[in-house]
Write a protein that binds this ligand. Sequence first.
Ligand code: ZN
Length: 270
Amino acid sequence: MPELPEVEVSRLGITPYLEHQRIEKIIVRQRQLRWLIPQDIHLAEGLLIHSIRRRAKYLLLDTELGSIILHLGMSGRLHIVPSDTELKKHDHLDIVMDNGHCLRFNDARRFGACLWQAVGQAPLSIFSALGPEPLTDDFDGNLLYQRSRNKSVAVKNFIMDNKIVVGVGNIYANESLFLAGIDPRKSADKVKKKDYLQLGLIIKQVLAHAITQGGTTLKDFAQADGKPGYFAQELRVYGRLNQPCVNCTKPIQSVIIGQRNTFYCDNCQK
Ligand code: ZN
């Protein structure tokens, strides 16, 4: 599943082809994604995309009348292709630009989304209740500490809660807690302030590093057979059950927390 770094890399990848360019037409081949693609999406035809932003795992293509909102869901992929490129299975949506490029959305499982946010209308409900962006000054360990008091959920669930901070997916929660030396099973309200201050910094570093690593794949972005937004990562603990801990060589343990696979070293994480 694409996580925040992959979505940010997608944003960086498509921006040079779409920013300050005019949308010629939008071709919807499959309207039923996670939600129906609204007819209003066609209001963007003929308009310039003046900026491409990301909020949580949503991409927003801004025009003067509103924003096209894209979400990759479980299996969604964005490609930049020449607009006459032959279709593949699951190519559900084309945003055709008048510069000959086309943003093509492929999504085998159809949990992705394409929505329309009109200028001047109340924000869509998907944006209400979202916590701060992890890579901005609105987020830090102090916020984690303050919001965690009286919260007895596991700290791993706590940092993966979009209402607390957006975009800390399962892999990044595992990796961040390992680097911070915090047991993922520990109750959120039992984690000390100094540990949250460090965890806040580490979450920023882990996500920023993943984006930098993903940036190396950008050269492939305009190729239809490339795999934009998915990249090999250096994982210290995630997926390493029974392999030696990179710090102490004890075998990595695994447990299910919040229905998600969780990996940790019971020697290094307290
Ligand atoms: Zn260890």
